[in-house]
Ligand binder design. Sequence first.
Ligand SMILES: [Fe+2]
Ligand SMILES: [Fe+2]
Length: 290
Amino acid sequence: MSEAHRQTPRRHSRLRIRVFKACETLARVCGGRALYRALNLRPGRFAVRHERLAVGADSPLVGLRMVQLSDIHAGPFLGTGDLVHVVAAANALAPDLCLFTGDLISRTPDEGLLVLDDLASLNPRLGTFAVFGNHDYRHREERRLAAAFAERGIRFLLNESVRPLGEDSPLVLLGVEDLEEAKSLDLTAARAGLRPGDLELVLSHNPGGAVALLSPATRLVLSGHTHGNQIDLPFLRTLGPHHPGERVELRPASETESAATLIVNRGLGVVGVPLRLFARPELVLVELVP
Ligand SMILES: [Fe+2]
Ligand SMILES: [Fe+2]
């Protein structure tokens, strides 16, 4: 596969990083984590978005329910036990699959372990799968994190495909490493097992390069990364990654290719300041319908 879809990593000035860290430290010592949990992670404070995806009346995948979580950013404002209500809400949706689309940590790999117990409490019928986001490559210890999560039944997909419903099922789940930070993206190899009639679902943290990730079999791309702008005010929108929508039709159906839809999750955590404005955290339930 061409690597033309790769995105240049965002590199901020030292001054901006220092200001960012100072704000973060100040917010943390002033009780930012408790504030964020109270305002965003208690029942009724986060949204549950229900998305339906048509797959054809005769598809064996009709009825499949997948819950997507994204951008937890464990660290100064989200730690052990803070996701208990989110996990309970996810389990109450009776998912077949739980899917995490990256940015597990804020700054250090060990922050990811803070939420391991919470995420291991997800209870989908067929398993929990995940990909890493750009933050997760800090210190380049993402493989260690993946191993720790694998021990608790959560599998990070590192440019690889699985058939979560079994080898006879047409559902293929492809996990793509982050488009800014990963070292290799050999998706041709990852797709070597695709068969005619397969329906491919792609997990890619960054929605920006989604069009370049499509194969003829791709029906759905799940992403995060944008936080819905986190503080969604016009004069602040240039500070973070922006994307034109939460659900975008990437490609109409043709004789040789299926229609492809991109769903961008606003995420659960925050970076920089423990605030969200006009960008509620969310779980996304994706249901495959006739
Ligand atoms: Fe993020
Ligand atoms: Fe991100």
